[in-house]
Design a protein around this ligand. Structure first.
Ligand SMILES: Cc1ncc(COP(=O)(O)O)c(C=O)c1O
Length: 386
């Protein structure tokens, strides 16, 4: 006899990124360019703030939405950086990473059969959770528009089943971001349709072109926009599990109920660390960005010198070159690159079918690692074309 579990979870597979990364164990000498987290340590002052909190026995539950002092600092950060106005008492929730924030949001807004439009190639963390809530993802293909969502194409996908449109810029996996004028065109479409907007801007502080422009700035959309953010990427705090959701009070009180019953509150030493990061360490991302830009430029110029088509990324720490001309699937390419070339990169198909024909390279690695990785990739590419 076997007792059945939720059929929805049964049909969900582990992420393509993990599936591929799990193969790396058999190739200990491979240069691993698959990881999506900064290679810098968490800033010293941030670590000390958590240690201090623990020493002072600041280790019991906080308010479900997080320490009020932290929420006030988050509100001040978004006011100072982006001119946004969120009430720290009623419109901000501190979550266990952006991941838990997204989960709480989806569970609060989605009902059976609801559709969520998602530009793709896309981060693989969204669809499984949307499906678990009974929702369905409708992909907006950006693979032939320089990874920018085309406003007309977006509008053609909106139906009366559409509950939300989810944007993630700067994007994982493409590194592409939407600049102000492009955001305005998409916002103009969304103004016409009563749908929620979820904007996952976890990479906003890692922007290398014009200053990041947030999707949360459109006043006409404010009463149905949720901004998802966190410290995993900006302050190299992936293991601390601190994220934030900001949104209109009338919906946030419901999101808070999901968060409350699922998590009670975010990790408390993590919240004290986050308080230090948001209050006194706002300069950290700019310091990391100096390194990322140098690395991005290096990887981009090596790829183009190899004759590979690639869009110059303007944010995050990923680059998403086309491998179409090599006449194999992205999975085949990635496996051969690993086995024959000694380099690990994530097959684009891990980011939906619209990522087919590409691979994702992370440049959150030191220059010597990237140099060796690019040398090996070049040799492998030559072995395919010579
Ligand atoms: C686009 C995107 N959103 C959310 C997350 C999850 O972030 P967190 O560590 O805050 O849960 C990631 C992590 O890679 C990501 O790339």
């Amino acid at each position: 006899m076997s007792i059945s579990i939720n059929s929805r979870i049964e049909s969900i597979e582990i992420s393509g990124i993990r599936q591929f990364a799990n193969q790396l164990i058999d190739f200990p000498d491979a240069i691993n360019l698959t990881i999506g987290q900064p290679d810098f340590p968490t800033p010293e002052a941030v670590k000390l703030a958590a240690i201090e909190a623990i020493k002072n026995n600041q280790t019991s539950y906080t308010h479900n939405a997080g320490l009020l002092e932290l929420r006030a600092e988050i509100a001040s950060f978004f006011r100072d950086s982006y001119g946004l106005d969120y009430n720290s008492k009623t419109e901000i929730i501190v979550t266990n990473g952006a991941s838990e924030g997204l989960d709480s949001l989806f569970r609060a807004i989605l009902e059976e059969g609801d559709e969520v439009i998602l530009p793709a190639p896309a981060y693989p963390g969204y669809e499984p959770i949307i499906n678990l809530c009974g929702g369905k993802v409708v992909y907006l293909d950006t693979s032939d528009t320089g990874f920018q969502p085309d406003p007309q194409r977006l509008e053609s996908l909106i139906t009366d089943r559409t509950k939300a449109v989810l944007m993630n810029f700067p994007s994982n996996p493409t590194g592409v971001t939407m600049e102000s004028a492009q955001l305005e065109q998409v916002a103009a479409v969304l103004e016409k349709h009563e749908v929620f907007i979820i904007t996952d801007e976890i990479y906003s502080e890692n922007s290398y072109g014009e200053k990041h422009s947030t999707f949360a700035r459109f006043e006409k959309l404010r009463d149905r926009t949720f901004l998802v953010h966190g410290l995993s990427k900006s302050h190299s705090m992936t293991g601390w599990r601190i994220g934030f959701v900001l949104g209109p009070e009338m919906y946030m009180k419901h999101v808070l109920k999901v968060h409350q019953y699922n998590a009670i509150c975010a990790s408390v030493p993590g919240q004290f660390a986050a308080l230090e990061a948001m209050k006194n360490q706002r300069h950290i991302p700019a310091e990391m960005n100096k390194e990322y830009v140098q690395r991005r430029d290096f990887v981009y110029s090596r790829l183009t010198a190899m004759g590979i088509d690639v869009v110059l990324p303007k944010g995050a720490f990923y680059i998403f070159p086309s491998i179409e001309k090599f006449g194999m699937t992205s999975y085949e390419f990635a496996v051969r690159l690993l086995k024959e070339g000694g380099v690990a990169a994530v097959p684009g198909s891990a980011f939906t079918v619209y990522g087919e024909g590409f691979v994702r390279i992370s440049y959150a690695y030191s220059m010597p690692v990237l140099e060796e990785g690019m040398d090996r990739l070049e040799k492998f590419v030559h072995s395919l074309t010579d």
